[in-house]
Design a protein around this ligand. Structure first.
Ligand SMILES: [Zn+2]
Length: 361
């Protein structure tokens, strides 16, 4: 994944008039006027054999029925729902789901009140559908090695969820996560024994992080200098890993993008918390600005979905041209319960593209 060529996100897609959005929706309706044509669109992207096998007897002889979503086995006469087990399983309003995917395909992110107005579904359904689509996007970078503490996004948490402690502000969810993180990474009982803390954190690092950390000393180095030591890594990979080390409290950034080992004796930051005033803090601000534009406030629980949404908006090379629909179709059925049961860990994966963002807004 390299940043070659112009990035093709479009800021104005965030503030399109209703008329223009309707234009996109109308042309979708024109292209897929009937329920049948919608099912054809979806089924055409699945592996044929997967949808055309009887789930009861394994026969491949399925006949059409009056209901376009249902096919009848000519051996055992049982009915199979063509979307069973797929992303569209149990989705009553397939058209609305497809329309949301279509808008996102064009980089158009709407708040749920606008989806309600323009697509004609309840706001709660709009939100739930969006979350499911974003769960698909999120899964595509689940193994990303950039891990970012959710605490850097604290400024936008003001929605309650089932994880918010009773009678407490939604922010208390983040306090709990911070607490968990500090116990995990900083082993608070050994503070101020820095060497031991450092060991606890170092043990969690991958091989690249360890070798990069080994190159960082009390002598300031910039990412370019460090990149010379790792000819097989790209500069953005080095930068992303430096940010991770910084967020982990292992290295410190100095003005001019120079990195040194974190030393509590000389650091201006006495409380040993991860430093977040880095270039990535600007990236996080950018993502938060985006989230404020597409939502009236989010909960910590669903932060990863909104980061996925930003990535989908920003990385047009990856998510346009039908790629989002394809990804949804390759995904399995996501239940409402799974969305509700989501637990956001203290450190969340972040797509490489979301690190060191240019100023967008
Ligand atoms: Zn059968």
């Amino acid at each position: 994944m390299t940043k070659t060529g112009p990035m093709t996100y479009h800021m104005f897609q965030l503030s399109l008039s209703n008329e223009i959005v309707k234009g996109y929706l109308d042309s979708f309706d024109k292209e897929h006027p009937t329920e049948e044509s919608l099912i054809e669109l979806i089924c055409g992207l699945y592996e044929d054999d997967d949808l055309n096998v009887c789930l009861h007897c394994g026969s491949f002889r399925l006949d059409a029925t009056d209901n376009v979503r249902k096919r009848k086995c000519s051996s055992c006469f049982k009915i199979r729902n063509v979307t069973a087990g797929t992303f569209f399983h149990g989705q009553k309003n397939i058209r609305a789901m497809c329309k949301l995917i279509e808008l996102l395909n064009h980089g158009i992110m709407l708040s749920s009140p606008r989806i309600h107005d323009l697509v004609g579904i309840a706001q709660s359904s709009a939100l739930q559908m969006t979350k499911k689509i974003m769960a698909v996007v999120e899964a595509s970078y689940a193994n990303e090695t950039n891990l970012v503490p959710t605490g850097v996004f604290t400024n936008i948490f003001y929605r309650r969820t089932n994880e918010t402690p009773a009678q407490r502000h939604p922010l208390s969810e983040q306090e709990a996560a911070d607490e968990a993180l500090s116990q995990k990474v900083y082993a608070s009982d050994v503070r101020p024994d820095t060497e031991k803390n450092e060991k606890v954190t170092l043990d969690k690092l991958g091989p690249f992080a360890k070798t990069l950390y080994a190159e960082i000393t009390s002598e300031p180095k910039n990412p370019d200098q460090l990149a010379n030591k790792f000819p097989r890594k790209q500069i953005h990979e080095i930068s992303a890993m430096l940010s991770f080390l910084q967020l982990s409290g292992l290295v410190e950034v100095l003005p001019g993008d120079y990195f040194i080992r974190f030393d509590p004796k000389t650091s201006k930051n006495q409380n040993q918390q991860p430093h977040i005033k880095s270039e990535n803090q600007k990236s996080f601000e950018t993502i938060m600005t985006y989230i404020r534009k597409v939502s009236h406030g989010i909960s910590r629980k669903h932060l990863p979905k909104f980061i996925a949404s930003f990535w989908c908006f920003f990385n047009r090379e990856k998510w346009a041209n039908g790629e989002l629909l394809k990804a949804c179709i390759q995904a399995k059925h996501i239940t409402d319960d799974e969305i509700t049961a989501t637990v956001t860990p203290p450190l969340i994966p972040m797509p490489q593209w979301c690190m060191r963002l240019p100023t967008l807004f």
